[in-house]
Design a protein around this ligand. Structure first.
Ligand SMILES: [Zn+2]
Ligand SMILES: [Zn+2]
Length: 353
């Protein structure tokens, strides 16, 4: 399997972002990413799917996605990341189920963006969470949205100034309510993939005489990322894009905070049965099976069986616990950074049936 690192939630000048695709690909190359999925609000920008080549041999695959929401809804809710559709589906936004069905029919994958999102009155931001939980057929949840988490720390102007200058003092992990919802859905036997993204816009903010691009794209491309495992890369942008979206939809990978240390090389598997399985894969449960992980750096880890809580944990670069029964097993790792433990790796589940 080939490991690719990318950023899957960002906005360009086609909606409310600052930069366009060529500059974004260059920023991604500097940040060490392999792919980007641009998810402009209610616009599908066609003709941008291609590999960008950079000196030194680095290549970045740019892909078009779309973040769709019903623009006349009061209040504003239900942002959906539609990846790999190849077409604009914004007209279906008023009916979230019809929209998800159309994303699937187009061969794409739908993810509920920032499902629990706080309001931030200081910066005039509304709460944009998901409310229509009766929908079916979505591939997964955006468990960690960088901007959504940042909004949750803006209690007063002093905090806003501090965290705008030093966001890494604030950012520490996915929203607990989102994680609880994810575990509940997994415990019901559903397959729900986790993704994470920076929701990058590249905006500059002014506060008195101070004007600063608070979250440059390149900074965010080093922060909340997606790591996916794919069978092969061909060099054909459309085929490689399909392989990446397919891995995201199946959950063959993990959500990472690569700023403290790159999570490249992380591996998580169920072993001991007739066939092992990695994240997003199935294996039939057999007594004596273990869940094992290799961590690319020292971290505090725990393995969770959805609906049953933590089945084991520890500190180090290797993880191993025995699986007490069938279920969806996932790993979380936290690493010390800026004075305390911060979320580092949030693996998609291995499904033992
Ligand atoms: Zn959004
Ligand atoms: Zn967004």
């Amino acid at each position: 399997m080939i490991e690719l690192t990318g950023s899957i939630h960002l906005h360009t000048g086609y909606s409310d972002g600052e930069l366009y695709h060529d500059d974004l690909a260059a920023a991604a190359a500097r940040a060490g990413l392999d792919f980007l999925i641009a998810t402009d609000h209610n616009v599908y920008v066609s003709g941008i799917n291609r590999w960008h080549e950079f000196p030194g041999g680095r290549r970045v695959l740019m892909l078009a996605g779309e973040e769709i929401h019903h623009q006349n809804r009061v209040p504003q809710k239900n942002h959906l990341l539609a990846l790999g559709t190849g077409t604009d589906l914004g007209r279906l936004a008023p009916d979230p189920q019809a929209l998800i069905d159309a994303v699937n029919a187009s061969g794409g994958a739908a993810f509920l963006a920032h499902p629990y999102d706080p309001a931030a009155p200081l910066v005039h931001e509304q709460a944009l969470g998901w409310v229509n939980w009766e929908v079916q057929g979505y591939a997964g949840l955006e468990i960690w949205n960088y901007m959504s988490e940042f909004k949750s720390y803006l209690h007063n102007r002093l905090e806003m100034l501090l965290y705008a200058l030093m966001p890494s003092l604030a950012i520490s992990g996915p929203d607990p309510e989102t994680m609880a919802t994810w575990d509940r859905l997994l415990a019901e036997g559903r397959r729900v993939a986790a993704v994470g993204g920076p929701d990058a816009h590249g905006h500059a903010y002014s506060m008195g005489p101070l004007r600063k691009v608070v979250f440059p794209y390149e900074y965010l491309f080093r922060a909340v990322t997606m790591h996916v495992l794919v069978e092969r890369i061909t060099g054909d942008a459309e085929a490689d894009g399909r392989a990446i979206v397919d891995s995201l939809a199946k959950g063959r990978g993990w959500v990472a905070y690569d700023l403290p240390k790159s999570t490249r090389g992380f591996r998580f598997r169920a072993e001991g049965g007739a066939a092992g399985a990695g994240p997003g894969e199935d294996a039939s449960f057999e007594p004596g099976m273990t869940l094992q992980a290799e961590l690319p750096g020292r971290a505090e880890w725990r393995i969770i069986r959805a609906g049953h809580g933590t089945v084991g944990g520890g500190t180090g670069v290797k993880a191993s616990v025995s699986a007490p029964g069938p279920g969806a097993y996932r790993l979380e790792a936290r690493r010390r950074f800026r004075g305390r433990n911060r979320g580092w790796i949030f693996s998609n589940p291995v499904y033992l049936r």
